[in-house]
Design a protein around this ligand. Structure first.
Ligand code: RIB
Ligand code: CA
Length: 312
């Protein structure tokens, strides 16, 4: 029986690969909807990009919703320097033809969790947690109904990528992240500690291109564009494919290992704003609230990704 999921996203080339992986895996995953949030680029672009990706996969039946256009209380910080002006720079893409849903993404999240049996819907945030936190604040009754939240965000050993202390998704809306991590909902975290072990390589990108499919070529071109920033910054051979780790975990959890620990979010100090303080070594008495992933079988991850993307 496939798992029902909602993908909350700020596409972003890596978000795009994550969405494609999910849509290519109907045996394991049933995408109830894609909800866009402001993050890598402003909301008008993330909701447009989400529709482009669903169309590219041939899944125009998947409803796409626009959500929050700014963080709960801080000004929006975007990442065009990484993802380009459109958020999906790399290949030239036509405007989407599929419609955007009229319903607000937050209302869709609330309605879906209330209407479906409790414990049967998994939330997959791939961007700032603004939509999720807003839904929890507006309808606290849905928190107990969430099957799992599997999110990309945070960092501990890997430290920050947008500031020395903070990972981008958490940094953009630290108050939303604090709300989610303190909500009591089950949480599985894919931090930079993990995603930085899921690095592209020339061979892995060549595998996408060698598919000879339109989708495979798009993924290769997105990756070529997206990886230039991290390769220059870290001097690495490739770039971390952050968001697909969330979806790959739902399909092959055996590829991942982590610990159930306490994770808190800095929301007062500007110096460390958005830092995820992960008690990996258990030095506090703070109650565990999240499974914080530390390792991925990178070869297994890319084998899964290549096998599934080739289906589209
Ligand atoms: O820090 C990496 C995260 O920020 C990824 O989700 C990427 O898409 C950006 O949203
Ligand atoms: Ca993202």
């Amino acid at each position: 029986m496939p798992r029902d999921i909602i993908i909350d996203t700020d596409p972003g080339q890596d978000d795009a690969v994550a969405i494609l992986l999910a849509l290519a895996s109907p045996e394991e995953l049933n995408v109830l909807g894609v909800t866009a949030v402001a993050g890598n680029v402003p909301l008008p672009l993330t909701q447009r990009n989400a529709r482009i990706i669903c169309e590219l996969a041939g899944h125009t039946h998947v409803p796409v919703f626009a959500g929050c256009d700014r963080p709960l209380s801080r000004r929006l910080v975007t990442a065009e320097h990484v993802h380009g002006k459109t958020g999906l720079d790399g290949p030239q893409l036509p405007d989407p033809t599929m419609a955007l849903q009229d319903q607000h993404a937050v209302d869709f999240i609330i309605e879906t969790l209330r209407e479906r049996p409790s414990g049967t819907v998994t939330l997959c945030p791939l961007g700032p947690l603004t939509n999720i936190a807003t839904a929890f604040q507006r309808a606290p009754d849905i928190i107990a109904r969430v099957q799992d939240i599997v999110l990309m965000g945070g960092a501990y050993f890997e430290v920050g990528n947008i500031t020395p202390a903070a990972e981008f998704n958490i940094y953009v809306d630290p108050h939303a992240a604090e709300n989610v991590f303190r909500s009591g909902a089950p949480i599985t975290v894919m931090p930079l500690d993990l995603t930085h072990k899921a690095l592209t390589t020339a061979g892995r990108v060549a595998s996408f291109r060698a598919m000879g499919t339109h989708v495979g070529t798009m993924v290769a071109e997105w990756t070529d564009f997206f990886e230039r920033f991290d390769k220059e910054k870290y001097g690495s051979e490739g770039a971390p494919l952050h968001d697909p780790c969330v979806i790959a975990y739902l399909i092959r959890p055996d590829l991942f290992t982590g610990r159930f620990i306490n994770v808190e979010v800095e929301t007062t100090s500007e110096l460390t704003m958005g830092m995820t303080v992960a008690d990996w070594w258990g030095v506090t008495n703070r109650p565990a609230n999240a499974t914080f992933m530390g390792h991925v079988d990178a070869a297994g991850f890319f084998a899964l990704l290549t096998e599934r993307i080739a289906r589209l």
